[in-house]
Structure formats: structure tokens, C-alpha cells
Write a protein that binds this ligand. Structure first.
Ligand code: FEO
Length: 384
């Protein structure tokens, strides 16, 4: 498939994988994208996951025909993209490998060599001329590892964006881009908003007609939509109006309070109220919801003098990803020595710019009249 003048897609779809990076559920598979640029000189952009080396090399060969590649550009060393570097270089003995200095350091660890006699080390602004096509490298540390470079092709205005603008799902997955791109973003890159903002700033100085990421579809229409979402996500802004209630419930009583609050919120005019049972839902769906909406309620029990384990893990995952800029409220359940609300707040106080609601809903084993009054009061406070 030619994705732009002289640029061909040679990636693969992984339909066997269940957990990407060993933790993200990918029921619709995963795409490991790779591209070949055919010109006077030929460049191959990244390899693919180790299980697809032969399929990828075959795809590359089909595009190359009798020609030989001059460069393998390595934008990112995570094994889903780097696993076949040595295999490629063993087949194409005259090809040079192009990467950042940190990537070459990682190659030493991963392959026992940094391909010293074949390496071309590049940094921000360096260029490689292929003939009509010209590649310019853009440093993008921590999007998503420290060695990452992006590549801008000047003649077609193509941005090879590494992990940025990627999503879960094989290329034939029929699904909304934003939903799985958001889960991917907050699951994988969410902590690095500052670095993504720096990258967006650099990208804003370039004329970009299409984005070729390492996962997910090539983006070549309405690019403003994708840049705008990335700007909201990386600045920890509110993408959609609504309330998310993340909860755990041992015997259904916390859940009862959550349902009552959800109904009260709807009666108070909230159109979107999202409930996540943290013991049962996909944790990363809950994480993306929590970064998406502006108001977040956490509901859990006091447990072993702490909070319920699923909630503990969940809040840690938010804090680790630099959760910020939200209105937050708590529901706590505990018949003796309740500390859940206090512990949740203490954990979240590490985050930037959270405003905590004054009303806390207390449940002492079961939802009583006092809890119901607090539910009404909290709904009012969230509405204000
Ligand atoms: Fe797709 Fe960070 O690797």
C-alpha cells in the first residue's frame, strides 16, 4: 500500500496477542506499523514485534523488489518495534542503522552490539537526503521512552510519529479512533504530558499532511482533530463534560450509594455519568474515563486500616500518570474506624490542582437516611 508518494506501508497485524505490553487488553489485536521510502536511496522505518519478523521482512522484500535498502531508521527501541533490527541487518549487509545515541546504547543491551561500523547517530534537526525525499529528525524523549526520535519527511509533509497518535487494535478493527487512542495514551504515555506538549509545539512549526504512527491507522484527514485531542490529553485538560464514579463494593452497599448518587446527578442535569466497578472493569478504561471527564468520585471501603486493594492500585495509577485539574469527591464505607476518605484524599493530594468537595458520603455498612442526605448534598455540590 502506497501511503504517500514513494512511501509504502509494510507493517503487520497481530491478532493473537491478548495483552499488549503484558498488561493492556487488546481484544481487537494490535498493529505494528513499518514503512519503506523508495527513492535514490531507500529507507525502512522501524521493524516490528519479534513474532512477526518473517512476515515483516517479506512485506519489505515485496516493496523493494530487486533493490536494496540503504537505511533502517529506528525511532523507538521498545521491543514491539525493535525486535527485528539484527535480523534485518543480517539480511541487508550494506544497510546503515539510523537512531539516537540513547537508542544505540539500548541496542548494546538488547543485541549485544550497537552495530558500530554501520551506525549513523542522529539528533534534533539532522537530515538525511534520499533523493526527492528528505528526512528530518525530531527528538521526542519520553514519548514514550527516552531514546525516541520522530521523522519528518519534507517532500510529502509526512510525520512519522513513533508511538504518538497510536492506538490499540489491528488496522482492520472497526472502532472509534479516539476511544482506543485515549486508552492507549493514558495507559502508556499519560505520565509524560510535559514531553508531549513539547513535541506538539515542535509539530506546530511543521506543515503536516499526514501522520504515520507505529500503531493504528495512518491519519491523513482532519488532522486538527487529532492534534486538538493530544493537546487536551497532554495538558490534562477536561475533554468531555460529565462525572465519573470509580468504586469498589464488597456486599453491594457502596454500589447502592453509587447508584443513588448517579441517579441524583442525572436528576440534577448531568447528561453523562460513568460508573466503573474497579474490581470488574478494564482498569485502563477506567483510567481513560477519569482523565476524560472533569468531575470524579471515588467510592470504597476501609479495609485492613487502608482502602480496598482495587481502589489503592487505581489511585496509584492515576497519581503516577500526573492526574490533575479535576473536582474530586469521596464516598467511604466503614462501620468502625473508617479512614477510606482520608486515605484516598491523602494519596490524591500529591496531584496538581484537584479541588476536593466539602461533602463526603459516609456509609456505615448500609445506606441510611444520613447517607441519602449526603448523596443529595454532594450532587448539589458537584452541580455548582
Ligand atoms: Fe509501541 Fe513504546 O512502543
Amino acid at each position: 500500500m502506497e501511503v504517500a508518494n514513494g512511501i509504502f506501508y509494510v507493517g503487520v497485524n497481530d491478532k493473537k496477542i491478548d495483552l499488549f505490553e503484558g498488561q493492556f487488553k487488546v481484544e481487537k489485536g494490535m498493529a505494528y506499523n513499518s514503512y519503506v521510502i523508495i527513492d535514490d536511496k531507500i529507507a525502512v522505518m522501524d521493524s516490528v514485534d519479534k513474532n512477526f519478523g518473517d512476515e515483516w521482512l517479506n512485506n519489505v522484500k515485496q516493496v523493494l523488489g530487486n533493490r536494496l535498502p540503504d537505511y533502517l531508521i529506528v525511532q523507538h527501541m521498545e521491543p514491539d518495534h525493535s525486535a527485528n533490527i539484527d535480523k534485518f541487518l543480517n539480511i541487508y549487509k550494506n544497510a546503515k542503522v539510523v537512531a539516537s545515541s540513547k537508542a544505540f546504547m539500548m541496542m548494546k543491551y538488547f543485541f549485544g552490539t550497537d552495530f558500530e561500523d554501520r551506525k549513523i547517530e542522529v539528533k534534533e534537526g539532522d537530515k538525511i537526503n534520499l533523493g526527492h525525499h528528505e528526512l528530518m529528525f525530531i527528538s521526542a524523549p519520553m514519548v514514550h521512552w527516552p531514546e525516541v526520535i520522530l521523522t519528518y519527511e519534507l517532500s510529502t509533509n509526512t510525520l512519522f510519529s513513533a508511538d504518538a497518535f497510536g492506538k490499540f487494535g489491528a488496522l482492520d478493527a472497526d472502532e472509534d479512533w479516539a476511544c482506543e487512542a485515549r486508552r492507549y495514551y493514558f495507559g502508556i504515555v499519560g505520565k509524560y504530558g510535559v514531553q508531549v506538549q513539547a513535541l506538539l509545539k515542535k509539530a506546530s512549526n511543521l506543515k503536516i499532511m499526514q501522520i504515520c504512527p507505529l500503531h493504528g491507522p495512518i491519519l491523513n484527514e482532519n488532522l486538527e482533530y487529532y492534534f486538538n485531542l493530544y493537546n487536551i490529553w497532554s495538558s490534562y485538560g477536561v475533554e468531555s463534560e460529565g462525572v465519573v464514579i470509580n468504586y469498589t463494593s464488597c456486599y453491594g452497599h457502596t454500589q447502592e450509594a453509587v447508584n443513588l448518587l448517579a441517579n441524583e446527578l442525572k436528576e440534577n442535569g448531568f447528561k453523562k455519568v460513568v460508573l466503573n466497578d474497579l474490581a470488574r472493569c478494564d482498569e485502563f478504561e477506567a483510567i481513560e474515563d477519569t482523565f476524560r471527564y472533569g468531575k470524579v468520585v471515588f467510592a470504597t471501603t476501609t479495609y485492613n486500616g487502608d482502602i480496598f486493594p482495587f481502589m489503592k492500585t487505581f489511585i496509584d495509577a492515576l497519581v503516577e500518570r500526573n492526574f490533575a485539574n479535576r473536582q474530586v469527591a469521596f464516598i467511604e464505607n466503614g462501620a468502625w474506624a473508617p479512614v477510606a476518605a482520608k486515605i484516598m484524599q491523602t494519596k490524591l493530594e500529591k496531584c496538581r490542582n484537584l479541588s476536593f468537595c466539602n461533602t463526603i458520603i459516609h456509609i456505615k455498612g448500609t445506606v441510611d437516611e444520613n447517607s441519602k442526605l449526603e448523596i443529595k448534598k454532594l450532587a448539589e455540590e458537584l452541580k455548582a
